[in-house]
Structure formats: C-alpha cells, structure tokens
Design a protein around this ligand. Structure first.
Ligand code: C2E
Ligand code: MG
Ligand code: MG
Length: 298
C-alpha cells in the first residue's frame, strides 16, 4: 500500500517467499492476511516456547503400546504445550517451530530425561518410547547424554526406544546413522516411526537394523473399510518386518474392526485411542496398577 514503510514491505515479501518455499518452490504466492496471521502465530509460539520448560508450559503425556492381548508392553511419550489461553497446542504445530528456531535440542533432551525418569518408576518389563527430531543429532553427543541419564536413573537401556522418522536418516552432515549405531551398541532400541507414508525405502530397512517398525496410522484408518488392498499392504510390511527381525506396531487403532484386521495382518503390537488416549503420568501409573491387578485375578 502507498506510504508503507520499506522494511514492512520487505518483511511481507519475505513471508510470501517463505510460503512459496514451504509449498515446494517455483511458484507465485500472493500475500494475504492469513499468511501474516500464521506468521504472527508462529512467532508468538516460538517466543512462548523459549522458556516453556522453566515456566511449566510443556508437559508430557503417555500412550500405551499394547500386545495382541491388550496388555501394555510400553508407553510412548508425547510432548504437550499448554497455550497462554489454556488451550493445548498440537505438537504437529509447535515441533516444527521449535525445530526452525533451534529450540528442539533443549526440548528433546528435556523429554528424554523426563521419560527415562518416568521409566524408572514403571515395572521393569515396560518400555518407554521417545520421539527424536533430526536436529537432536546435530551436537553429536546424544549417546553420551543418554548413557548419563540411564546411569543416574538406573534404567536398563533396552527399555528405551527412540522413534525416528525416515527423513531423519536422510539429513546430511549429522552422521545420524553412525550415532544410531552407537545408541544401539549401548542397548537402546531404535524404532522407525510413521512407516509407509514417507519414502518407505527398502534400503533403510535393509541397511539399518531397526528394532521396531511403526506403521503409520493412515493405514489403520483404512483397515476397517473392507479395504483389502490396505490389508495386503499392512500384511506385506509385517512380513517384511519379520524377515528383517523387527517387531511391527500398528499405530492409530481406533476400532475393534481395525484391531482385528491389524492382528490378522500379522502386526505384533498396537497403539491407538481404542486402548487409551495419551494421558498424564499419574493416570498411566494407575492404568499399570489396574492391569497388574486384573492379571492377578484372571
Ligand atoms: P507420532 O510419533 O506418530 O505420535 C503418534 C500420534 O498419533 C500422537 O499425536 C498421538 O496422540 C496420535 N494418536 C495415537 N493414537 C491415535 C488414534 O487412535 N487416532 C488418531 N487419530 N491419532 C492417534 P500427537 O501427540 O499429536 O503427536 C504428533 C506428532 O508430534 C508425533 O507423531 C511426533 O512425530 C511428534 N511429537 C510428539 N512428541 C514429540 C517429542 O517429544 N519430540 C519430537 N521430536 N516429536 C514429538
Ligand atoms: Mg512416535
Ligand atoms: Mg507415528
């Protein structure tokens, strides 16, 4: 607009460029107010995250991963951010912001420490899984950090799963594969998260021995629609998993029909709202005690 300050105009042009890049480059982007609102929200969240740990805005919820008999074999730690208005902000939104702003390394280490401390309070047969961003490999000392926490909490390394996405393996310059191998050598287990929707490269399964493959919930969502093609895909991934010696988890199981189909397809473990939504550690402990009691009775 006429009279607009040059720096503001440049900042707006920059927003449009950012959007064009995010959408895959080589395109024309018209700036509108929604882009400006989105950018303002991103900035506000980044600011809010800055001292999120110290201020107690961040917390962790745990969701069980269960066996075919529905008994929990472990829990996935999922990070949560309580917004200034008390409304929870999704990790799908705040994690990319934390990654862009260089905050994820500290957040990631905080989650690892909290989750391993939580594991120390759970029965020894239960594992805890933590999601790890590619950026957390940048410092190159993840295994040293984990070894320290495992030693101080006295948690056995095999009880910890680190969940990485395939894209993490592709990040250049961070020596991710070497670091993952180092972590496995300590005894920590590595899971391949969201398998089936990204690259799903066989090379990754073949060259890197994962302990677990997690089939993306996009597959589970279609499993109760009499979709034989999806069932065959899941079955094929389960067979592949067995061949390379990893166990296979079906994520996002919401219905009995999906569970039946995922079980029939050969998945070993299951996770989803059908069993439990992510919840506080206290609720998680109650669930564990309840399960132990029913096992004693039955
Ligand atoms: P993910 O690792 O694939 O986590 C599973 C997501 O599926 C979680 O979403 C969980 O709440 C959701 N979910 C579980 N069961 C069901 C179901 O039956 N139906 C549906 N529709 N959803 C289900 P959430 O907590 O929103 O997390 C989203 C993603 O954010 C995670 O996907 C993970 O990639 C990332 N994330 C979460 N916590 C962390 C963290 O501490 N560090 C990092 N780097 N990433 C995290
Ligand atoms: Mg995960
Ligand atoms: Mg996943």
């Amino acid at each position: 607009p006429p009279g607009e300050m040059q720096d503001k105009a440049l900042a707006r042009a920059d927003l449009a460029v950012y959007k064009a890049k995010a959408d895959g480059r080589s395109r024309l982007v018209m700036l509108d107010t929604s882009l400006e609102h989105a950018a303002a929200r991103r900035r506000a969240i980044a600011q809010y995250l800055q001292d999120g740990i110290a201020q107690g805005h961040l917390f962790i919820e745990y969701q069980p991963i269960v066996s075919a008999k529905r008994a929990p074999v472990g829990f996935e730690a999922l990070m949560r951010l309580k917004g200034p208005d008390g409304v929870s902000i999704s990790p799908a939104e705040f994690i990319p912001i934390a990654e862009d702003g260089g905050l994820i390394e500290d957040l990631g280490r905080w989650v690892l420490k909290e989750a391993i401390t939580a594991a120390a309070q759970l029965p020894e047969e239960l594992c805890v899984a933590v999601n790890v961003s590619p950026h957390e490999f940048r410092r190159g000392d993840l295994s040293t950090y984990l070894e320290q926490i495992l030693a101080t909490t006295d948690v056995a390394p095999h009880r910890i799963y680190l969940e990485v996405r395939e894209s993490t393996l592709l990040v250049a310059d961070m020596d991710v594969e070497r670091q993952l191998a180092e972590l496995r050598a300590i005894g920590i287990r590595i899971a391949l998260d969201d398998f089936g929707t990204g690259l799903s490269s066989l090379t990754h399964l073949w060259q890197f021995r994962f302990d677990r493959i997690k089939i993306d919930r996009a597959f589970s969502a279609k499993l109760d629609q009499d979709d034989t093609e999806t069932a065959h895909m899941v079955e094929t991934i389960a067979v592949l998993g067995r061949q390379v010696g990893t166990d296979v988890v079906a994520e996002g199981i919401e219905s009995e029909a999906q569970l039946r189909a995922a079980r029939a397809a050969g998945c070993d473990y299951f996770q989803g709202f059908l069993f439990a939504r992510p919840s506080s550690f206290d609720t998680t402990l109650e669930l564990v005690v309840e399960q132990a009691e029913t096992r004693l009775i039955s």
